[in-house]
Design a protein around this ligand. Sequence first.
Ligand code: FE
Length: 240
Amino acid sequence: MIDKKAFHTVSYGLYIIEALDGDGRKVGCIANTFQQVASNPPTVSIALNKDNATSKAIRATGVFSVSVLSINATMELIGRFGFKSSYDIDKYEGISYELWDGGVPYVVEDCIAAFETTVQDTLDVGSHLLFVGAVTASRVLSDDKALTYEYYHSHLKGKTPPRAVTYIEETSTSPEENETRLKQAAKDESSDVKAASSSTARIGWRCTICGYIYEGEELPLDFTCPICGAGVDFFERIEL
Ligand code: FE
């Protein structure tokens, strides 16, 4: 048997994987699968879902870069690169980034180091492609600590997008169950207000993916996060 919980014991970091597609357009996504696999020559690997725009771009051009996310990275940056598609938006718009000599971008905002890599080999591993590449340039960007996957889940309350290697389908929540949950939360909030009539606390809903806050006592059931596109399942009620 395969106990999926065993996979939760594996440690990872979180990285932005970047490339230029065949048309010279900057694309990128977040992955937890970057690692060094040899010291001489300096060699790394990443695994990306075959359907990702970034995966297709790397396959077309044979070059990618990696930015190591800081523990202080904002959920907005993580949401933009991790939960939106480069097919739909320019993820680099308004973001601080630089270019390697070959023109491949690397995000410097909220990142602590970056690598430029040329693909040496590509292995088809089912849902994902494993790219093995030689590092052609690297630089340190900050003294911050690296963001780990464990910290992302435990402290930032981040979620795992379905295309990630480590995605495990969560216990499904039906629309009815979700509606019940939201109504109960609103009811609890109403009780809280009655219990503390002198309190002037305002209520909002926080997107657990990117941190966006919706101000208001009730979150519309069809609401989606304007930053990362997450649905109401990913919102938690907070006091502002
Ligand atoms: Fe969001």
